[in-house]
Unconditional design. Structure first.
Lengths: 305, 305
DNA sequence: AAACGTCCATCGCGAAAAGCGATGGTTTGC
DNA sequence: GCAAACCATCGCTTTTCGCGATGGACGTTT
């Protein structure tokens, strides 16, 4: 792979060489490096052994040592090598401080409500970090190549997860569709309704509706919440949406719309944050999980209030 | 100078890491590197100690190990570091094979006769070498910053030298100025003459002329040999030039000019090659000295023939 | 000229580390 | 379950690292 001898080069020796070149003396270089003069002398001897020739001329006496032509070649590349090593150390430090890149998979309502806050706080703590979001959603959520994945449900495979919050379904309808207070599920039977496409938790929710004797007529499907709500305002029908989506669209302050709890309540949609099991996380990912849990808890509290 | 820890990085460990990343297994990497599996395991452990975290996830069993986010950071820079180290080794090899740069100081006739051959042979052996020639000639020849210096005389200071050849002075004159055979120095007294400027050996030569009762009238001085010879052809006067200069200008095949030995002969001009004492030479410089001596010897032989 | 100061090389020693072989624990696949 | 593949760990030997002390070389000073 690498030619023999390449890995015999020691950065310590190159650092000693650079210090000597700067100071003009083995002894002063040793002092600067925190070594003994004899140690530095041996380090240079070792370096000269590996490169196969002297790198300094030692005139003897108080004259400063001078670099040889071979030494100049070694030093030129050596300084470069040391600079690169320093860059490596810097990169590691930045990484451990939370820098670096993180790839997060997300979906619909999480993108609208939770994620903005998470990203914001993360960037506050780590202005230089590189956060990449992915919302492509094939039928199966893809966690390979992602560090973190938000999803409303569990995922099979070698995955760990944190439950972020319970997201109950609520009814959004026109101002005068129902009187204040909870709405009986049965009242939704055969009612016109707009809804999300049948991905994620949506099929489960509709089954639960049906199981409770509510078979609404779905007159329109869209993944865009704003579109759905416009349809509700237009009187096309009502919508059963999770609380997160409702909050994300500021429905509560919309005088044309009203939100009702459902009775009996549908099974809540559960929001999870997933990551691959058995893999060491980056500090950035670890922190992102913590922040996501925090944010979710705050949201949960806000909902109950 | 360098932050602590930078010089603790070992190229050996990075090489092991790269091999593992390629092979997906500590054992195979060990085989490739010529180490034992346990050794590689410890190398990675050491690396992980210096960077402060795991660089590989070991799933256990026949699954390939996988790099961690931290490991990815380290590996990215590590490969770079290894590539640079390889460049260093390459540069050293090239240098030892005679590559690299050489700075040569020269003057007038050496530039014309000796140096072209030396440079030619050197470049034949080392096509990639970087030969730089300097002909600036302040009153004092400057050997600092030069690897090699041609000069017609000795130099004071900490300098070693090789005598290349004796370069006798000869008389160049018009076809019919003197009969064939040696010319008595006395015959040059008050004769019109063109000559070099009073640098290098020229003052010494003119003193020697005077000392032998010949005080020619110098009617023109120029450092350009061709100019001087044109003047001789034009009948302005004759010229006392060293053999090297005469050969460099192809005087011998010029039917308008004739070359005479002088009687008694003037002290020869001695051509030396100098280099700073007590300094390790580059192989290229060493070889250049050898070649220069060879070329000078050939020229010496050619002259005597 | 002799004494001094500065400098690097070298020697001996103790501590640390590298590398090896053998062993043991884990996980996967049959 | 059993076998196979894999990595971690332990004990051991050999090598290396770094130190302090000493000595030789050179230039400067007296």
């Amino acid at each position: 792979m690498y030619p023999p001898g390449v890995t015999d080069i020691e950065l310590r020796h190159l650092a000693a060489m650079a210090a000597i070149a700067d100071e003009g003396s083995f002894g002063r270089a040793a002092a600067r490096l925190g070594y003994t003069q004899s140690t530095v002398s041996q380090q240079i001897a070792a370096l000269e052994r590996t490169v196969g020739g002297p790198v300094f001329d030692r005139p003897g006496g108080p004259k400063p040592v001078r670099i040889t032509p071979l030494g100049a070649v070694v030093l030129e590349h050596g300084r470069d090598l040391l600079a690169r090593a320093e860059k490596l150390a810097d990169a590691v430090d930045r990484f451990k401080a939370g820098g670096g890149r993180i790839d997060i998979g997300t979906f619909q309502s999480v993108s609208n409500v939770i994620l903005p806050v998470v990203v914001c706080r993360l960037r506050e703590e780590q202005p230089d970090c590189d956060i990449r979001l992915f919302e492509e959603e094939p039928d199966q959520p893809r966690i390979s190549d992602l560090d973190l994945l938000f999803y409303d449900g569990r995922i099979d495979g070698d995955v760990e997860s944190a439950k972020l919050l319970d997201d109950p379904y609520l009814l959004v309808c026109g101002n005068d569709a129902f009187p204040d207070g909870p709405v009986q599920l049965a009242q939704l039977d055969d009612a016109p309704m707009v809804a999300w496409p049948l991905t994620c938790d949506q099929p489960l929710m509709e089954q639960a509706l049906a199981h409770n004797g509510a078979r609404p007529r779905v007159v329109f499907r869209s993944a865009i919440n704003e579109t759905l709500l416009s349809m509700v305002r237009a009187g096309m029908g009502s919508a059963v949406l999770p609380w997160l989506a409702i909050r994300g669209a500021n429905v509560e302050s919309d005088r044309q719309l009203r939100v009702h709890e459902l009775c009996p309540a549908l099974p809540v949609r559960e929001i999870y944050l997933h990551w691959r099991a058995g893999r060491t996380q980056s500090p950035l990912a670890t922190r992102a999980i913590e922040i996501a849990v925090e944010v979710a808890a705050e949201l949960s509290g806000a909902r109950r209030a």
